[in-house]
Design a protein around this ligand. Sequence first.
Ligand SMILES: *Cc1c(COP(=O)(O)O)cnc(C)c1O
Length: 362
Amino acid sequence: MKSSILSLVRENIKAMKAYSSARSLYTSGILLDANESPYSLVGNQDGLNRYPDGSNKALREKIAQIYEIGLENLALGNGSDEIIDLLVRIFCNPAKESIMILPPTFGMYRVAANMNDIGIEEFTHPEFFQWEKNVLPLSLRVPEILESIHPGIKILFICNPNNPTGSTFNRMDILELVEKSPCIVVVDEAYGDFMKEESLVSEIGNFSNLVILKTMSKAYALAGIRLGMAISSSEIIELIQKVKLPYNINLLTSGIFLDQPDFSEKVKGNIQQILLEKEMLQNSLREHPLIQCLIPSEGNFFLARFHESEKVFEELVNRGIIVRKVDPKFGLESCLRISVGTPEENQLLIEALHQIHASHLS
Ligand SMILES: *Cc1c(COP(=O)(O)O)cnc(C)c1O
């Protein structure tokens, strides 16, 4: 992708001026500029009466260190869900243009497109329908995808590892798509911390149209604080910073990172534990009589195809165990998505499935 990113941006976004937020210029002194209260209500949470820094600079510096990238290559969102919505709004003209997705995939791309009146083009992979072959990573059909990207398609979303299948795409295939696509390519690495293959973060210097999404919601165990990020070229990061709501990351969220010691060792340990437990769970369920097949996964979850998924789902709920029903379209009929829990939780799931089977026999 050689042409400028700006040629892909909506005219109104190019033309607009960003909101000038209160705490971007002055952060200390006698602050009489933002109609805040001069009183702090919660004594030990100093500064909650003040607006946060709209550019999130301190937090971005901390997170840029984790991913070993420059500050100019990082934007933060209220979860990566917010970034997905912002990207759609920056690049796609409502009622005219489209995104391309590779279903079955994460539902939020579709929701963001629908919310903004943007078209959705689907490219499905025949490989998704051949689970029994257990081939991973899947090859992306690069020539066919490139052929179907017309000028009205502004963003291609690739989820790697993919939710809900847990499958991964070949790294070289993704990079070829990034290189040859005339549009923005978003690679959603929400589960990237669990995969064997290296992240694409090291490639951002090579492709100005590549956006990598990361989140603190999965491996980092912080879904509740709502923090996601875009890692990309400085051109795209500037656009996100321009259109995001002025104070999208609140002080309680940034405080978790700024006030705490480094989480990284703890997170690494958790990832290892979860991957081991996934192996254990899959090994215990592989020959289970209720299950037709398990889909190999590089996430912290996996799909299982049951003989009767509706019944199993209900009976698990009755036993207090909640798994996820998935859209049966695109080859996922009768599949349930199972997140890897603690060793105790996983054991309870295995026991419950044995009980459900036994009760059907009697
Ligand atoms: C969970 C998930 C996200 C994370 O969204 P947040 O808004 O950051 O919690 C993003 N993409 C995929 C594919 C996911 O499964």
